[in-house]
Design a protein around this ligand. Structure first.
Ligand SMILES: Nc1ncnc2c1ncn2[C@@H]1O[C@H](COP(=O)(O)OP(=O)(O)OP(=O)(O)O)[C@@H](O)[C@H]1O
Length: 630
C-alpha cells in the first residue's frame, strides 16, 4: 500500500524534497470550513478531547480533517506543537496525498481504511520525524466525511495508538448516525447481549412502518450486506418478523431484550426505541400509515452532510464515466428525469443511488424497483400498493406501494423496458398527475417523486415492436446517459483497489499481483462490476492471510474463460515476445503456455505434461480446477 501511495505521490508531481505549501487558511476561510463541517465538528470535538486525555504528555496531537484532508481542528502537546507547526499540522492546511504525498490522513482517505504512516514511510522527507495513525470517519452510507488522526514525534510511536484512534472514530460515527435519523425505529443489536450499548453494537434504523433506512458500520457487518443491498429490505425481511411484533413486545409489562433471528440464520439480541422529532419514546403503537413514513424536514445542521457527494466517489478516473457524472451534475435537482443505459452490472443502480445522494432530495427515501424481477402479476400492487382486501391473498391491512414509499425522494425503476405494457399507462398517469391510486381504492394520494430509470434494452426498438409506450419513453428520457462496460474502462486498477478495500472489514487490505491485473485487463467481463466484485470476494477468501492475490487464488470459471480468450494464448515465439514486451511475468507466461498446450492436446493433461516436459502434478498445481473438471 505504501509503495503504491508513493507512486501516486510522484504522479502528483511531488518529490521527496518538495517544500509544499504550508500556508493555513485565513480566519474567514477557517470559520467557513468549520461551518461546512458543523455536524462532524460538533460530534468529533468531545471524542477528540477524551482521546487527547489518554495520550497527553506523549508528544502527540489529535487532528480532525474534513473529507478532503483539510485540518478542521487540532489539540496538541505544547512541546510538540512548535515542531508540528513547522510542518503545518494546523487548522486550514490540507493533508491530502495530492498536497503532502503519502501520509496517514491523505492515504486513509484514498484507501478508505485506517492507516499508520511511520517516519520514512512519509513521502516528503520533511515529514520523516512524524508517526501518524489515521482512521476515516464514514457516514451511514459509507461515504468518508472526515478523518481522525493522532500524529506525533516518531520516537513516541506506540502500537496501541491505532486502536485508540479507530475506537474514537467509531464513537464519532455512531454519534453522527444517531443524529441523522428521527421519526425512526432504532434497533441496537449484537449476538452477545453484553455488547449492546457498547461501541461494538450494531445499530440499524427503520421507518416506523419497518422500511430499512440505515445501519452503522458494525450493523452492516453483522447483517452481512452492503448499504445499497439493504435498501430493498425491511425489518421483516431482515429479521423474519413483522415490525408490529416490536410494538407488541414493548407493550408487555416488563419487556426484556428482543430475541431476533437474522436473514442469514444468526441469532441476535436487541433493544429497540422509537425516536420522534420531539424526543425518544419507547415503542408503543403501530405506525403503518404512509404519512408517518414521510421523511422529516431537514434541520440546517445536516446541510454539510447532504453536500457530501455520492457521485464523486464513483469517479475513479475513467473519461467516459467522468462525462456521465458531469452531465448528471448539471441536471441535479432540476426535475429532469434521468435514464441510465448500460449492460448488466455496470453500476446503474449505484449511479442512481449516488444521484439521489447528491440531489436536494438526499434526506428523502431512495426506493429501487426492478421491473424484470417482480412477477408481472405482482408488479402493479408492488408499485401502486393496495387497500384492505383488494384481492385474494392480499395482506389484511393493505400495503403501501413503492411509489408512495418513495414520496419526497427518488424512485428508481430498473429494467423499465420490462414493465408490462398495460401498467406503462398507469405509471405515465402517476408521473403526469403526481397522484397515485392504490389498488381497490377510490382515493388518489398526492405523491412527489423524482424518477430515475434504467434499462439495457434498446427502448426505441421495443417501441417499434409495440412493447413500450412512446409517450412514457418521452416522459422518462430527459437526460440519457450510458455507463461504459468494464472492458472499456481505463480505471480498472483503481476500481479493483477500491473494491478490495471496501470488501475488507478488518483494516488490512489485499493487493493484487501484476499478472492477475493484466489478465483482468484482457478479460471481457460480461457480468461487469457484479462479476468483478464476486470474483474478488472469492479470491480474497482463497488468499486468506496472504496479502497478495495471485493467479492461484482465481476461481476456475475465470481461468476457463481466460483460456478461451484468444489473446491469452502465447505459444508462438512472436506471441511470447509480445508478452514479454507487454511486461508479463513468469507466472502469467507459464499459465498461458499451459493453457495453449492443453488446447492443442484436446484438454489431455498427460499429453500436455509430456509436451511441456513437466509432471502432471505440476500442471494440476498450476491449474487446480483441472482435477475437478469432468
Ligand atoms: N463503480 C463501482 N465500484 C464498485 N462496485 C460497483 C461499482 N458499480 C457497481 N458496483 C457493484 O456491482 C454490482 C452491480 O451494480 P448495480 O446493481 O448498480 O448494476 P446494474 O447496472 O444496476 O445491474 P443490473 O442491470 O443487472 O440491474 C453491485 O454489487 C455494485 O455494488
Amino acid at each position: 500500500m505504501i509503495a503504491i501511495s508513493h507512486r501516486r505521490s510522484e504522479q502528483f508531481g511531488l518529490s521527496p524534497d518538495s517544500r509544499p505549501d504550508f500556508t493555513p487558511a485565513s480566519g474567514t476561510d477557517l470559520s467557513y470550513l468549520v461551518e461546512q463541517n458543523r455536524l462532524l465538528y460538533s460530534h468529533a470535538v468531545p471524542a477528540m478531547e477524551t482521546l487527547y486525555q489518554q495520550i497527553a504528555n506523549t508528544h502527540n496531537m489529535v487532528l480532525l480533517t474534513d473529507a478532503q484532508g483539510v485540518i478542521v481542528h487540532s489539540l496538541g502537546d505544547a512541546d510538540f506543537l512548535e515542531k508540528a507547526n513547522r510542518v503545518a499540522l494546523t487548522a486550514g492546511v490540507a493533508w491530502s496525498e495530492e498536497s503532502k504525498g503519502t501520509n496517514a490522513i491523505g492515504t486513509a482517505i484514498t484507501e478508505r481504511v485506517p492507516t499508520t504512516i511511520h517516519a520514512d514511510q512519509h513521502f516528503l522527507s520533511a515529514n520523516h520525524f512524524l508517526t501518524c495513525s489515521a482512521a476515516p470517519i464514514t457516514d451511514h452510507r459509507g461515504n468518508v466525511v472526515g478523518v481522525l488522526d493522532v500524529s506525533g514525534d516518531r520516537r513516541s510511536f506506540h502500537k496501541h495508538t491505532m486502536a485508540l484512534v479507530r475506537m474514537s472514530a467509531l464513537m464519532i460515527e455512531n454519534q453522527l448516525f444517531a443524529a441523522t435519523f428521527e421519526n425512526a425505529i432504532t434497533l441496537h443489536f449484537h449476538t452477545r447481549p453484553e455488547f449492546i450499548g457498547t461501541l461494538m453494537e450494531g445499530i440499524a434504523s427503520f421507518s416506523p412502518g419497518g422500511r430499512f433506512l440505515a445501519a452503522n458500520r458494525n450493523g452492516l457487518f453483522q447483517l452481512g450486506l452492503s448499504y445499497p443491498a439493504l435498501q430493498a429490505h425491511t425489518f421483516s425481511s431482515l429479521f423474519g418478523l413483522p415490525v408490529s411484533a416490536l410494538y407488541d413486545h414493548y407493550r408487555t409489562a416488563a419487556p426484556g431484550l428482543l430475541d431476533l433471528c437474522m436473514h442469514n440464520g444468526v441469532r441476535v439480541r436487541g433493544r429497540a426505541e422509537l425516536r420522534l422529532t420531539n424526543g425518544v419514546h419507547v415503542l408503543t403503537g403501530a405506525f403503518d400509515d404512509a404519512t408517518q413514513m414521510a421523511p422529516i424536514a431537514q434541520p440546517p445542521a445536516k446541510a454539510s452532510a447532504r453536500r457530501l457527494s455520492g457521485l464523486r466517489y464513483l469517479n475513479t478516473g475513467d473519461p467516459q464515466l467522468e462525462q456521465v457524472i458531469d452531465k448528471v451534475n448539471r441536471v441535479l435537482g432540476r426535475d429532469v428525469p434521468i435514464m441510465i443505459m448500460g449492460e448488466t452490472g455496470t453500476g446503474k443502480e449505484l449511479l442512481a443511488q449516488a444521484i439521489h445522494n447528491d440531489s436536494p432530495r438526499a434526506q428523502g427515501p431512495f426506493v429501487a424497483v426492478n421491473c424484470a424481477s417482480i412477477p408481472e402479476t405482482l408488479i402493479e400492487s408492488e408499485l401502486f400498493g393496495y387497500e384492505d382486501g383488494a384481492f385474494t391473498g392480499a395482506r389484511k391491512k393493505g400495503a403501501v406501494g413503492k411509489i408512495l414509499q418513495a414520496n419526497g425522494g427518488t424512485l428508481f425503476l430498473d429494467e423499465i423496458g420490462d414493465m408490462p405494457y398495460p401498467l406503462q399507462a398507469r405509471l405515465l398517469r402517476v408521473l403526469q398527475e403526481r397522484m397515485v391510486t392504490p389498488l381497490g381504492s377510490g382515493k388518489s394520494i398526492p405523491v412527489n417523486v423524482e424518477v430515475i430509470c434504467a434499462t439495457n434494452h434498446n427502448l426505441r426498438r421495443r417501441i417499434a415492436e409495440g412493447l413500450f409506450r412512446e409517450d412514457l419513453y418521452y416522459r422518462l428520457n430527459g437526460l440519457v446517459v450510458k455507463l461504459p462496460p468494464l472492458r472499456e474502462r481505463t480505471d480498472l486498477e483503481t476500481v479493483v483497489r477500491k473494491i478490495l478495500s471496501a470488501e475488507t472489514e478488518t483494516g488490512g487490505t489485499h493487493t493484487i499481483s501484476d499478472g492477475v491485473l493484466r489478465l483482468f485487463k484482457r478479460h471481457k467481463w460480461p457480468g461487469n462490476f457484479r462479476q468483478l466484485t464476486n470474483l474478488l470476494r472469492t479470491a480474497m477468501i482463497m488468499a486468506g492471510d496472504e496479502e497478495e492475490i495471485g493467479l492461484r487464488h482465481m476461481p476456475d470459471d475465470f481461468l476457463d474463460d481466460i483460456a478461451e480468450t484468444p489473446e491469452a494464448a502465447p505459444a508462438s515465439a512472436p506471441a511470447a515476445q509480445q508478452m514479454i514486451a507487454s511486461g508479463a511475468n513468469l507466472e502469467e507466461m507459464e499459465l498461458a503456455a499451459i493453457l495453449k498446450s492443453l488446447e492443442a492436446n484436446g484438454g489431455n493433461v498427460s499429453a500436455t505434461a509430456r509436451a511441456l516436459g513437466v509432471s502432471r502434478n505440476t500442471i494440476y498445481r498450476k491449474l487446480p480446477h483441472l482435477k475437478t473438471s469432468p
